[in-house]
Design a protein around this ligand. Sequence first.
Ligand SMILES: *Cc1c(COP(=O)(O)O)cnc(C)c1O
Length: 391
Amino acid sequence: MAGASLRAGELQFGYSKRYFFELIESYPFLRNALDGVQTPSMVINLRGVADRIELLKREFEGFKIFYAVKANDHPEILRAVQEKGIGFEVASSAELERVLEAGAKPENIISSNPVKPPDFIEYAYRMGVKTFAVDSFAEVEKVSYLAPRARVYVRLAVPNEGSEWPLSRKFGLDPDTALEVLLYARDKGLVPYGITFHVGSQCNNLSNWFTAIKNSYHLWEMALSRGLRLTMLNIGGGIPIRYLRESLRPEDIGYYVKGLLRKYFPTSPYELQMEPGRGIVGDQGILVASVIGKARRGGENWLYVDTGVFNGIAEALGGIRYPVFVEREGELKEWTLAGVSCDSMDVIAKRIYLPEPEVGDRLYFLSAGAYTTVYASNFNGFPPPKVVFVS
Ligand SMILES: *Cc1c(COP(=O)(O)O)cnc(C)c1O
């Protein structure tokens, strides 16, 4: 391997290796679990999930936290989250049913999905969920009809620059239209309650929070001048975790966001909310897969594993790069990691540096707890990873 890429490879594999052994050191019970599972399995560290929630509570003091269920809706996770006493953010009837089963109270459940199916609104309202996001006149109309007198908060479009999973093109309004939507909600008998935004998932760009909070302030003041006193600000999700790159930490973002709030929202009595998904479960899942084949083609070293982008590693298609570790020593080689299916799209990563594994070796995909098993299908007859919980 050439000098420059060798250095890159050493940095990359060194990083993944350090991450792996840090995890084992912090949570020694992971060792046995990882050795004992069949592959492919997703090992979820429930104690780590609880620790992440504690960290967010500490760094975002004063915020009410709602776990964004779509990141991972497994009942065991929902129960662990419920035990920590935080709320839930749901988008569908099935998610709502699951969080109610986990013991959540309706007053601790919100839906920030800005465009909801009518039967979901009806079901949620019937179950006592009375707080919904909107970002269009049509949605206000629908909510006013199906959930009379509900509280609504408006979704602002904010920059998603540098976020690995942008969401802003699909949802959100400019401040002027957002104001009109809130006024329309009041006319329709709903309670205009607050503002929400999403800086984009896996957001490593502090300035997205800056612009979002500044624009929220702007809307808040415009609303006040029209006689609308809002009471709630919801800063959405976006808390990043480390993948093959280090990320901002909740400490960094909490410090920065609290500073912005002191500047822009210093006096008004208001309620603060946040809805992290990835930031709670993402770095607490390890996907354990086995090498099932090796080949050299097109000048590349190919490594085939017993799971793939259709069985949980879907975000790889959008550019998420998981740290990958194998317990081998030796000279590093550059690999293209391929999934188990016969589809040529099923490529998990290029430019992964590993000592040469043998068929049968285990690969560990770190930071695989969010947006993985929830995406998985049985395509080509290969099932999603078995989910194993440890604590
Ligand atoms: C997906 C989503 C979240 C969670 O986002 P993360 O980046 O995983 O924290 C929060 N709120 C809404 C409305 C979402 O759609």
